[in-house]
Design a protein around this ligand. Structure first.
Ligand code: CP
Length: 302
């Protein structure tokens, strides 16, 4: 049973295979099917893109969905049922579980007790591996490589789980340079700095968009993760780095701006009309990447 909990669980070769299947699904050259398998979609934390793209992917694969959303408030967790009991019951009548939870490590716990594949759809500030699949696919689609790139990560690098997963994934490739632009309080955790240092990739801490725009291939914007802060601290940190259309005058022609979304105010809506904006195409790629992943897990191709 292959669970997808962390990017550390997936090899470079497996990533490349998932991206290949994603591409074939997007181009319509294959139309995989999971033969009415039942997938449980358990969202204990808010979501628009991840939940709905997974549920669409499963329907397109010919599978069936059970589960709950509304931050788990419609499940018996609301009556005090333990997470472990809930996972045992859900696993007893489903073929795989997709789980989002505000507490780090819950997807790993679910995989240890359920006996069926578990896909982490975001656990607290830790990881968001399926977001990384669509991020990697979008980078490859626009740059034709996952090596030799200059990629700027901007915003909440401390609590931004999509950043953590994407850096682990890109560190499996070579000669990438990561620009890190964040408030001091929200710098990338040390374990990820150490990981980059152990690989064939490099990083630098930068202070402004001006330092990076003329040489950057990808800008990966992120929202300050309001739900992980005290309100006063959030108010102090929000709006520190806002990307505006006027900042892009010196951009390279091939620059693409990604954002896992949702955005708040860190990415001005006027950027949407520039040729650099790619975040809506990126979000749509989530459908194909999740179709590929669910199919490959249930077909034991991972
Ligand atoms: N990118 C992402 O995880 O979006 P949702 O929170 O809407 O699922």
């Amino acid at each position: 049973n292959k669970s997808i909990i962390s990017l550390s669980d997936i090899s470079k070769e497996q990533l490349e295979n998932i991206l290949l299947i994603t591409d074939k699904i997007k181009k319509g050259t294959i139309n995989p099917n999971i033969d009415s398998k039942i997938i449980a979609s358990c969202f204990f934390e808010a979501s628009t893109r991840t939940r709905l793209s997974f549920e669409t992917a499963i329907q397109k694969l010919g599978g069936k969905i059970i589960g709950f959303d509304n931050d788990g408030n419609t499940s018996s967790a609301n009556k005090g049922e333990s997470f472990i009991d809930s996972m045992k019951i859900i696993a007893s009548y489903s073929d795989a579980i997709i789980i989002r939870h505000p507490i780090e490590g819950t997807a790993r716990l679910a995989s240890e007790i359920s006996g069926i594949p578990v896909i982490n759809a975001g656990d607290g500030a830790n990881q968001h591996p399926t977001q990384t699949l669509l991020d990697l696919y979008s980078i490859y689609e626009t740059q034709l490589s996952l090596n030799n790139l200059k990629i700027a990560f901007v915003g909440d690098l401390k609590y931004g789980r999509t950043v953590h997963s994407l850096i682990i994934a890109l560190s499996k490739f070579s000669n990438n340079h990561f620009y890190l632009l964040s408030p001091k309080e929200l710098e990338l955790p040390n374990y990820l700095i150490e990981l980059i240092e152990l690989t064939n990739n490099t990083f630098s801490l930068v202070d402004s968009f001006d330092d990076i725009i003329p040489s950057t291939d990808i800008i990966y914007m992120t929202r300050i993760q309001k739900e992980r802060f005290e309100q006063s601290e959030y108010t102090h940190l929000k709006s520190t780095f806002i990307l505006e259309k006027s900042s892009l005058d010196k951009a390279k022609e091939n620059l693409k701006i990604l954002h896992p979304l949702p955005r708040v105010d860190e990415l001005d809506v006027n950027v949407d009309e520039t040729p650099y904006a790619y975040y809506f195409q990126q979000a749509k790629n989530g459908l194909y990447a999740r179709q590929a992943l669910v199919y490959m897990i249930l077909n034991k191709e991972l």
